[in-house]
Write a protein of this length. Structure first.
Length: 286
């Protein structure tokens, strides 16, 4: 994801449904709006066909099939990666975004993960902005709420690694696939850079890498977790706002949190079954 809109630009027409951003691969600005009813139905219909298309890609593409079999040894019966974001703990320091960019060599101004600042005015108006480049630091609000602020919070975003991933369904060459342990990845050697997955993702978490010219996104640092290490963003979070682990481990930290805390997901109406869970997510956040 590439974000370049300023807070003042967002302020021009603030709604809970709209956040302006510049997507990668083009100098023209696009506005990422909450999907219309038609698009939601389209996404849900694609998600409903996930199983059939997944197995078609797996067995029709021997390269990807071999890649899956040669993975970590984890299978759907004993291992399923999950991610938790506790918005009540996030302080908006952006250490996660900086660590991700460094660890995964993400090009400047692009993001595999980012943090949004949400400010709710007393009149109910909601304003959203992101940290400024190149240091990824939040600056004071350019235009404070006229009647004062009611409250504010930070929302970290990343790929949701959906169980019924729409991006997998629209890829014409099977370059996007889901590992047996639940991580959605992109095979850069097979990706043709068509951008279908970027447009289809209802969460806006993909971008076209300007250096490799293929689709790019959060991989949950698969090169680290397959060796038993933590993701870079979880490793550096100073408040424990990000947690990661095996959902099938009844004694694991992530399982304990999901049992003890109330949680929600982004865009449940899409039917994609995200594996990224949010604690303290305020109603209306997209």
């Amino acid at each position: 994801m590439k974000v370049s809109k300023t807070f003042s630009e967002i302020e021009k027409k603030p709604t809970t449904e709209e956040v302006s951003m510049t997507r990668s691969g083009s100098t023209a600005e696009k506005t990422a709006k909450a999907p219309s009813t038609g698009r939601r139905e389209f996404v849900k219909s694609l998600a409903g066909t996930a199983g059939g298309i997944y197995f078609f890609v797996l067995f029709k593409n021997p390269v990807l099939a071999s890649a899956l079999e040669a993975g970590t040894g984890h299978g759907p019966d004993n291992f399923l990666y999950g991610f938790i974001v506790d918005t009540t703990k996030c302080i908006g320091c952006n250490s996660c975004a900086r660590a991700c960019r460094l660890e995964n060599k993400v090009p400047a101004t692009y993001h595999r993960t980012w943090v949004e600042r949400h400010v709710v005015c007393k009149d109910g108006e909601r304003r959203v902005d992101v940290a400024k480049e190149p240091d990824l630091m939040f600056e004071p609000l350019e235009s404070p709420c006229e009647g004062g602020e009611s409250h504010g919070y930070f929302i970290p975003k990343l790929c949701n690694h959906c169980e019924k991933s729409v991006c997998i369904q629209v890829c014409p060459v099977g370059a996007t696939f889901r590992t047996p342990d639940g991580v959605v990845l992109v095979d850069g050697k097979h990706c043709v850079g068509c951008g279908y997955c970027i447009q289809a993702c209802p969460y806006g978490t993909r971008f076209k890498n300007p250096e490799t010219h293929v689709a790019d996104k959060c991989t949950l640092c698969y090169h680290r977790i397959s060796k038993g290490m933590n993701t870079a963003c979880v490793e550096v979070c100073p408040t424990g706002a990000r947690q990661f682990g095996n959902q099938h481990d009844p004694n694991g930290e992530i399982s304990r949190i999901l049992k003890e805390r109330n949680y929600s997901v982004l865009g449940p109406e899409f039917g994609t079954q995200p594996q990224c869970y949010y604690i303290g997510l305020e109603q209306g956040v997209k």
